[in-house]
Design a protein around this ligand. Structure first.
Ligand SMILES: Cc1cc2nc3c(=O)[nH]c(=O)nc-3n(C[C@H](O)[C@H](O)[C@H](O)COP(=O)(O)OP(=O)(O)OC[C@H]3O[C@@H](n4cnc5c(N)ncnc54)[C@H](O)[C@@H]3O)c2cc1C
Length: 488
């Protein structure tokens, strides 16, 4: 009898005809042997602490892996994947745990590979690049770099993890200048399906490197990303709130900012709308950032001329902005999130806002419930950098990336709220189709479980991703054994 992480095994009694339960026991046993002290079972306090570390309450509360593994090096990840494959065990990989799809980074009954021990942030001696562990949170990255007067392209919100964010694309305050964060990555450390550890870059395994940039988690487990360090002073920006009667002017300014984004690549912003159920009104906010810390960007002129209800613009560190943005996105709720992409058009924004206001007023919220929507500019200068799997073409730009989030608390009302969100989606989609304004792009990092991001990548991109997955296969490992990820 052996004791591993609080779990006991009678190895000599394992029958040849393996039932599911016994197969799981072998997997747990082999993992405990391969990674002593790094495999955690439901009775362990460490397991319970890790179980709670998810943005979505659905993931935190409803899914219970047989064990959680916390590799601390690429070699540990390789050993984990070898055991998982040899025992045919279903698994999920978790970096920051901020996916909005329940089951993406935690699995029920299988093995959850939790990358929480891989979060180093190392600035190169010449301060030209940064090596970032896949489970670092963006706040850790910004804080570590600010002491050098540096930053990187990363999430606008502090608590998001590096791994999932970059593999899905990564929309940052530097995107108008440099494209998606994945476009800026110069090297990824990857553990392949057969346990081989490789460095993927433009020079080595360039096909794999291409697929990892936007293709999600179908090609390997990424242990680290190298990004260029950006010399930057503080950023300038913050939120400005507007009343409904100013929205025509706000939407016109947003359309212009998106259309003329190339004139000031350092400036960007997004519009967000949140329904306050107590006061029965929508809060309309524009959050703007100039990544050079300049207050006088012409991109913001239209917004600054429009009378505002409240504004809090100032110079600040990237980390301060990221914490401010995170503040309105607390973890711990049940959520349903979805996305659509449409033509840059002020009149359409106005129509969608009206639909939002109507729907928001009809929802039977729980006390902490909230419906929110965001418009983000997908500018031509952003998309122009794309040598990635996302399949976007700059000739389609400028576009608007729309996302919706509905929040509730109790499991029993899930069906109702998911139905609300689905009806809201169908209504917006119909409007956009009728106006020939719907673009097929579905941003993987904002997509609902029932959406198909890869359909929007285009046939050419998907065929190429399939070839890459086969080449670095076996195909089945990330496709079949990892059921929670989006499939193509
Ligand atoms: C509050 C909030 C703010 C956000 N802000 C932004 C933003 O500014 N810009 C933006 O583009 N997106 C943003 N997002 C979306 C975010 O990019 C996605 O939710 C992303 O998946 C989060 O990554 P993660 O590592 O935290 O998530 P996880 O849940 O850990 O992972 C997400 C997916 O990636 C896979 N994965 C993670 N790490 C690895 C790895 N190392 N190897 C292989 N597969 C891996 C997981 O298996 C899972 O399928 C935000 C989300 C939230 C909740």
């Amino acid at each position: 009898m052996r004791n591993s992480g609080g779990k006991k095994y009678v190895t000599s009694l394992l029958p040849l005809q393996l039932g599911k339960k016994i197969q799981e026991e072998i997997s747990d046993f082999e993992l405990s042997r391969a990674l002593p002290g790094k495999v955690w079972f439901p009775d362990d306090a460490e397991y319970r602490a890790q179980q709670a570390e998810y943005w979505l309450r659905q993931e935190a509360k409803d899914l219970h892996p047989n064990c959680r593994v916390t590799p601390a090096s690429a070699e540990d990840v390789a050993n984990t994947i070898k055991v998982v494959v040899s025992t045919n065990s279903a698994f999920a990989v978790k970096a920051g745990g901020h996916s909005s799809v329940s089951g993406a980074s935690k699995i029920d009954e299988g093995v959850t590979i939790d990358m929480s021990s891989m979060s180093r942030v190392e600035v190169a001696h010449d301060q030209q690049s940064v090596l970032i562990g896949t489970r670092a949170r963006w706040l850790d990255v910004y804080t570590a770099l600010e002491q050098y007067g540096l930053s990187v392209s990363g999430s606008r919100a502090s608590h998001v993890g590096v791994g999932g964010y970059v593999l899905g694309g990564g929309f940052s305050w530097f995107s108008n200048q440099n494209g998606w964060t994945c476009d800026m990555v110069s090297e990824c450390g990857v553990v392949l399906a057969n346990g081989t550890v490789v460095l993927a870059s433009y020079a080595h395994h360039s096909d794999l490197f291409w697929a990892l940039r936007g293709g999600g988690s179908s090609f390997g487990i990424v242990t680290s990303f190298k990004l260029p360090a950006l010399k930057h002073p503080q950023v300038y920006g913050g939120p400005i709130a507007f009343d409904d009667n100013e929205l025509n002017s706000v939407f016109a300014s947003f359309e212009k900012l998106n259309r003329e984004a190339h004139l000031d690549v350092h400036s960007s912003g997004y519009l967000s709308f949140a329904y306050d159920q107590r006061h029965k009104e929508v809060y309309n906010t524009f959050y703007l950032i100039n990544s050079r810390g300049e207050a006088s960007s012409p991109a913001f002129a239209g917004f600054l001329r429009t009378p505002s209800r409240f504004s809090h613009l100032r110079k600040m560190n990237m980390s301060t902005s990221a914490m401010e943005t995170n503040h309105s996105n607390d973890p711990g709720y049940r959520e349903s999130k979805l996305t659509l992409t449409f033509r840059n058009d002020a009149a359409l924004m106005c129509d969608i806002h009206s639909i939002f206001t109507y729907f928001a007023g009809t929802v039977d919220y729980e006390p902490e419930g909230r419906l929110a929507m965001t418009f983000q500019p997908l500018t031509a200068s952003h998309i122009a950098h794309s040598d990635n799997a996302l399949g976007l073409s700059a000739k389609d730009a400028p576009l608007i990336l729309l996302s919706v989030e509905l929040r509730w608390s109790s499991k029993s009302t899930t069906e109702y709220f998911e139905d609300v969100v689905r009806r809201f989606y169908e209504t917006m989609r119909t409007l956009l189709e009728e106006n020939e304004a719907l673009h097929p792009f579905v941003y993987l990092n904002y997509a609902a479980r029932w959406q198909d991001p890869f359909a929007g990548y285009g046939v050419e991109s998907v065929q190429r991703m399939k070839r890459v997955r086969k080449m670095y296969g076996p195909d089945s490992v990330f496709d079949i054994l990892q059921p929670g990820a989006f499939k193509f």
